[in-house]
Ligand binder design. Structure first.
Ligand SMILES: [Fe+2]
Ligand SMILES: [Fe+2]
Length: 329
């Protein structure tokens, strides 16, 4: 009968009750302290995961609201190089509230435009239509993402502020590191924690158990996974899959705490992983993830982030987020 072999640090054994068949001491020269996330199909101990609960969570994912209607009509245009300003205007003219918010955001200090913008067409000319669509997505999601999530230690509006800060951080990374082909990174960063909207109530129910694990040195995301049988990254990816968003974007959300699972397409998930940490460093939406965190070593190597550069990137992110303060309150 085939045996399942888990390679893990000692802390897993405390929870699994498994007997180690061997242990490895010694440290590889590149080893750095950090947390280890389990692979997607990892189960600590079958009986610790309540299958009913997982089924219940999956039902919640299926009934999660679809993408906001205007965003759903505009998203396919992100994939279409022939989309025109007129088509975008056509969709937005039926949503005057959204149009007003987009113009307010376009005129914010963040974009530093030389003159005041008073129409969507003008905004497209000055920002480009891809950027404009990202703004539409941002404004569309704001209503859903402001609800309080006490299980995650997030008060009303905090998930939204964190999501915007991470999107800004992703932009800062793309510009500072000259990362090519990163059009979708803003949307991936904005939606990376959307799974918390579904999992929040389950985390709250099992908070004591999760916090006990966190108290023993396990990261919040791993404890969430061990107790609930899934985590907000996986749930977020399922929501985005249901919304028919591009697979690369879905993968980036699913791996934002587990970037080593990215295989050969790592760029987007690497950027979201680092941007998430920069978002925490700016102080937005840290919630229960209060411990200092560093990006995974492989990710900093792949992106070419040097020693001491994270602080500089965080400072730049902080400045940019401050310029957006109008929409963060
Ligand atoms: Fe997350
Ligand atoms: Fe996050």
């Amino acid at each position: 009968m085939p045996k399942r072999i888990i390679i893990a640090d000692g802390i897993y054994l405390k929870f699994s009750g498994d007997e180690p068949i061997c242990s490895c001491d010694g440290t590889h020269p590149k080893t750095r302290p950090g947390t280890l996330d389990p692979p997607a199909n990892f189960r600590v101990k079958d009986e610790t995961v309540n299958e009913d609960k997982v089924r219940h969570i999956m039902a919640q994912v299926r009934s999660f609201p679809g993408m906001p209607a205007t965003a759903a009509r505009l998203m396919p245009m992100l994939q279409n190089p022939d989309a025109s300003a007129a088509q975008i205007e056509d969709v937005l003219k039926y949503d005057p509230g959204l149009t007003a918010n987009i113009l307010k955001l376009t005129n914010s200090a963040y974009f530093g435009l030389p003159s005041r913008v008073s129409s969507i067409r003008q905004a497209i000319m000055l920002l480009g239509w891809k950027r404009l669509l990202q703004l539409v997505m941002t404004m569309c999601m704001s209503a859903q993402m402001t609800k309080p999530l006490p299980g995650y230690g997030l008060s009303r509006g905090e998930l939204w502020r964190h999501s915007v800060a991470v999107s800004v951080a992703a932009d800062v990374l793309v510009k500072s590191l000259s990362i090519p082909d990163a059009d979708e990174v803003f949307t991936a960063a904005l939606l990376h924690d959307i799974g918390k909207l579904v999992l929040g109530e389950y985390v709250q129910e099992d908070l004591r158990e999760i916090e006990q694990m966190v108290g023993k040195g396990i990261s919040f995301e791993v404890a969430e996974f061990v107790v609930l049988g899934t985590n907000h990254a996986q749930i977020g990816a399922l929501i985005l899959q249901n919304w028919s968003l591009p697979q690369e974007l879905v993968n980036a959300v699913s791996r934002h705490h587990d970037p080593d699972q990215c295989g050969h397409a790592c760029r987007l998930s690497d950027v979201v992983h680092v941007a998430d940490i920069l978002g925490w460093m700016t102080g937005y939406g840290r919630g229960r993830n209060g411990q200092p965190v560093e990006p995974a070593f492989e990710v900093t190597e792949r992106l070419g982030i040097g020693d001491g550069q994270m602080e500089k990137l965080a400072e730049k992110t902080r400045q940019e987020v401050t310029r957006l303060s109008g929409i963060l309150t």
